[in-house]
Design a protein around this ligand. Structure first.
Ligand code: FES
Ligand code: FES
Length: 156
């Protein structure tokens, strides 16, 4: 039995210690926002926040997350009170197919937590850890800048 703190709720879960966190989130807790892409730590689609940092959940055994605060995309904002990064994503029309976007948004939140006003290079370096096959990276960069300033690029 493992106790997990996910999106500010406590869960006692009967699961093999070696089960990757991603599958506990998706199959045990029904939190399907974190996506499976590669399963080998290469694509970033399974990203969640753990104690505020962006962490891959597909190849990390669940036992390592006991006592840590896990936030998935379901724990970010509310429909009528979006997180500033979610609002910026909407304002910049970032998503295309959407598959990678939970990982992108959580990675952006972690980046802004560590660097409140990142430059292009820092944004590109952080966001390249999440693979977007639709190629939304330019809008992602704009959305992160909008989340920092509250304005679109070039607006006074
Ligand atoms: S599914 Fe986790 S890095 Fe690809
Ligand atoms: S929006 Fe389609 S993979 Fe990123």
């Amino acid at each position: 039995m493992i106790r997990l703190d996910v999106n500010h709720r406590q869960y006692d879960i009967d699961v093999d210690n070696a089960t990757p966190l991603l599958w506990v989130l998706r199959e045990q807790l029904g939190l399907t926002g974190a996506k499976y892409g590669c399963g080998i730590g290469m694509c970033g689609n399974c990203t969640v926040l753990v104690d505020g940092r962006a962490v891959l959940s597909c190849n990390a055994p669940v036992a390592g997350f006991s006592g840590k605060k896990i936030i998935t995309i379901e724990g970010i904002g509310e429909p009528d009170a979006l997180h500033p990064v979610q609002q910026a994503w909407l304002d910049e029309n970032v998503p295309e197919c959407g598959y990678c976007q939970p990982g992108q948004i959580l990675t952006a939140i972690a980046l802004l937590h560590q660097q409140p006003d990142p430059d292009d290079r820092a944004i590109d370096e952080a966001m390249s850890r999440v693979l977007c096959r639709c190629g939304t990276y330019l809008r992602i960069r704009k959305a992160i800048k909008r989340a920092v300033t509250g304005k679109a690029a070039g607006q006074p």
